[in-house]
Structures are given as structure tokens and as C-alpha cells.
Design a protein around this ligand. Structure first.
Ligand SMILES: [Zn+2]
Length: 106
């Protein structure tokens, strides 16, 4: 999806996906969280132990949790999240957090 700033809902923010971190919590659950590599906003936060993922036919292990690709431009609006196709990374979407004053996102 190529973002047209005129079509993006007001309130859409586009982040740069960082690394997905999986953590075994003290209560026995396994949590995964992914933040924006630039501003630190949470773009995914899930209790993996609450997911019931079955292995695909012919596989012995379920597929790993599908995180956002590192470095991808990921837009968020409410509970909706999607990857933007950006032709020129030097020209990120108008809604990108990297366009904000760096002092605001520090
Ligand atoms: Zn961001």
C-alpha cells in the first residue's frame, strides 16, 4: 500500500519497525513487543502464550510469530497497523515520526 497523505486518516502515524523482543515473564507467559526504532512507540505487543498456533501440515513446529519486518515503515491508526510501500526511504510518508522535531521523539 502506498500512502497518499490525502487519503491517510487523520491521526495516522508511520513508524520504523525495530527488533521484535520475546520475553519470558515471571508469571510464565511469553510476551512479544516491537517498538519503533526511531521514536520508541509500541507497534506490537502480544502475549504469545495466549495464542494457539498449530503447526502446518508436514511441519513439526508452528511458524514463528509474524512480526513487522525490521526497518519497514509501519503505519498505525487506532488498532489498525499496516506496512507502507515507500519508493524512496529518503522521502518517508508525510505521517512518519521521523519528520517530527527530533526533540519531541527523544
Ligand atoms: Zn516512530
Amino acid at each position: 500500500m502506498t500512502q497518499d497523505p490525502d487519503l491517510a486518516p487523520a491521526g495516522t502515524v508511520t513508524h520504523i519497525a525495530g527488533v521484535l523482543i520475546r520475553w519470558h515473564m515471571a508469571d510464565g507467559t511469553i510476551r512479544a513487543r516491537q517498538r519503533c526504532a526511531w521514536c520508541g512507540a509500541v507497534i506490537d505487543d502480544v502475549d504469545l502464550s495466549s495464542l494457539h498456533v498449530a503447526a502446518q501440515p508436514g511441519e513439526t513446529e508452528p511458524a514463528p510469530y509474524p512480526s513487522w519486518p525490521g526497518g519497514a515503515f509501519v503505519s498505525t491508526f487506532g488498532n489498525a497497523t499496516w506496512v507502507e510501500t515507500v519508493e524512496d526511504p529518503a522521502n518517508p510518508p508525510a505521517t512518519a515520526c521521523v519528520r517530527l522535531d527530533p526533540d519531541v521523539t527523544r
